[in-house]
Ligand binder design. Structure first.
Ligand code: RP5
Length: 164
């Protein structure tokens, strides 16, 4: 089995609907990843054990999705110097603005790269991880270019409906 290159972590099983879009991109590009639900406040010791075990295995980055007082990505970043990509979950009362501000406002010194709220952010975090890995993997870089070209062709092929 290929060694895990990306750790995908989310604060709750309820985040999977969104976070599966990060995992989907990694899977489609053939990147070995491990996805876990682990919480910064409910299971802090387990979270740290998992981060350390992925680092020992040679992981290259982490994607962390959380909602509300979303400190998960910051806690992951506090335990590793690998890049941490944070994905704000849409939340019940504040529509993910709470998650976004919690993740994006990391104090100076421990960075977290913050993506858009929800599915687009999760998918883009997956694609960003692919871009980082592609820096040292020319085959992956050409797959990523092919993906971009396919997207561009889809836009060019759009036929807008004629007005009656
Ligand atoms: C956060 O609280 C999780 O990341 C999730 O987005 C949110 C709600 O969690 P549940 O109450 O659904 O487990 O820790």
């Amino acid at each position: 089995m290929a060694k895990t290159l990306v750790g995908v972590v989310m604060g709750s099983q309820s985040d999977w609907d969104v976070m599966q879009h990060a995992a989907r991109q990694l899977k489609d590009f053939g990147i070995a990843y491990e996805a876990r639900a682990l919480s910064a406040h409910r299971t802090p010791d387990l979270l740290i054990e998992w981060i350390e075990s992925l680092m020992r295995q040679g992981a290259r980055c982490f994607i962390a999705g959380a909602g509300g007082a979303a400190h998960l990505a910051g806690v992951v970043a506090s335990k590793t110097t690998l890049p941490v990509l944070g994905v704000p979950m849409p939340s019940k009362h504040l529509q993910g603005m709470d998650s976004l501000l919690s993740i994006v406002q990391m104090p100076k010194g421990i960075p977290v790269a913050t993506f858009a709220i929800g599915e687009a952010g999760a998918a883009n975090a997956g694609l960003f991880a692919v871009s980082m890995l592609a820096l040292a993997d020319p085959k992956l870089a050409s797959k990523l270019s092919a993906f971009r070209e396919k997207q561009a062709r889809a836009v060019v092929a759009v036929k807008l409906p004629a007005l009656s």
